[in-house]
Design a protein around this ligand. Structure first.
Ligand SMILES: *Cc1c(COP(=O)(O)O)cnc(C)c1O
Length: 373
């Protein structure tokens, strides 16, 4: 078969979840599976992560997809609803909706005023809400100073239950920044004894012990990547989940000075072999990956040489004498930390995972298959 294959190791995913449990004993765990589980496959990942207490998705549509697939576990919708129509879709699905903006409260109040018994709700189901507090990231959330007022407004609504407060850290991946502790202090001022709370993403879980409380919300670490620039997943006790692999479809003996690929950005510094592998930006491999970006060919380190094309890349084979047509090429995953590839390409593992296109074939391995929660 030609073309790249992403092998997804669901046992590794479960191992990474157990690593979260070790780090945050006694905490409730919301597994972030938004954006197609960071490109790993929404339903397959949910099926592997049945030990989570809830799943987190960004958008209503992602939550609906889980429900359509028969997944009944608690689902937290991190951006909440964006319109009355979406709110209507949410009622009866038992989502935990995050409220981050007063416009949502107005929509909710209007909705409740006109439709006292939400259609589709079974009996007296209450709409579960979380209130997002902006403690300094200035992306979404109500300002920390308005938390008490907004929470009491929500507590007054009929058929609605305010479950808890959450916040998100802007710099938790920066070990030297003190902004995480400042954000934590602002959040602590909001904590309300009646409400639950949630703070920690992966970087918090791994690096900021004081944030390991209440509900923790790991994402990237479940997929076996480190959120830090200075550690790999293995150093954090995590196992890579995705291995992206393809193979060589041609090998050329070129002469010193020969140019390779669009724009002739690589010129052979000596007589050498160049391999051509079947993967390109049309599969989601980053086009901006420069010469020297690491790869594995037949398990040995090699480097990108020349510009990434839509369907192909070209590889400096000087370190891999045995390479020939058909040789395996690993773009990242087992044996080649995705963090290293991301750093070389000037991006983060999250983006490499998320940008894989429909053309990549996914193969799932491991115990988690087809057990639903
Ligand atoms: C995506 C997301 C997470 C998970 O973040 P990671 O860095 O992948 O662990 C947690 N909380 C919120 C609100 C998110 O959007």
């Amino acid at each position: 078969m030609t073309g790249p294959v992403a092998r997804i190791d669901l046992d590794a995913m479960r191992h990474n979840l157990s690593r979260v449990r070790e780090l945050a004993p006694g905490c409730a765990l919301v597994a972030a599976i938004k954006a197609n589980a960071y490109g790993h496959g929404l339903i397959e990942s949910a099926s592997a992560l049945t030990d989570a207490d809830a799943y987190a998705v960004a958008r209503v549509e992602e939550g609906l997809q889980l429900r359509r697939e028969g997944i009944t576990k608690r689902v937290m919708v991190l951006e909440g609803f964006a319109s009355q129509a979406e709110l209507r879709l949410c009622i009866g699905r038992n989502f935990d909706l995050v409220i981050h903006d007063c416009s949502q409260i107005e929509q909710l109040e209007n909705y409740l005023a006109t439709a006292r018994a939400p259609a589709g709700s079974r009996g007296h189901t209450q709409l579960a809400l979380w209130l997002k507090i902006d403690t300094g990231m200035h992306r979404i959330g109500v300002p920390a100073g308005e938390c008490a007022a907004v929470a009491s407004r929500l507590k007054q609504l009929p058929q609605v239950k305010l479950i808890g407060l959450l916040t998100h850290m802007a710099n938790a991946d920066d070990r030297r920044s003190d902004s995480t502790m400042q954000q934590l202090q602002r959040f602590e001022a909001c904590i309300d004894a009646e409400l639950q709370f949630s703070i920690a993403n992966s970087a918090c879980l791994l690096n900021w012990p004081l944030t390991r409380r209440g509900w923790v919300r790991p994402g990237i670490m479940l997929y076996g990547a480190s959120p830090f620039a200075d550690t790999t997943a293995a150093e954090e006790g995590l196992r890579p989940v995705m291995t992206l692999r393809t193979h060589l479809i041609a090998v050329h003996e070129l002469k010193k000075g020969d140019a390779v690929g669009y724009g002739s950005t690589w010129r052979c510094p000596e007589d050498m072999r160049i391999g051509v592998a079947a993967v390109g930006y049309g599969d989601g491999y980053p086009r901006h990956a420069p010469n020297g970006t690491p790869l594995l060919v037949d398990g040995r380190r090699a480097a990108l040489a020349g510009r990434v094309s839509m369907d192909m890349i070209t590889i400096d084979l000087r370190q891999v004498e045995q390479a020939r047509v058909g040789s395996s090429v690993v773009l990242w995953g087992e044996g080649l930390p995705v963090e290293e590839v991301a750093a070389a390409a000037g991006t983060i593992s999250y983006e490499l995972f998320c940008r894989l296109t429909q053309r990549v074939k996914f193969r799932y391995e491991g115990m988690g298959l087809f057990k639903r929660g």
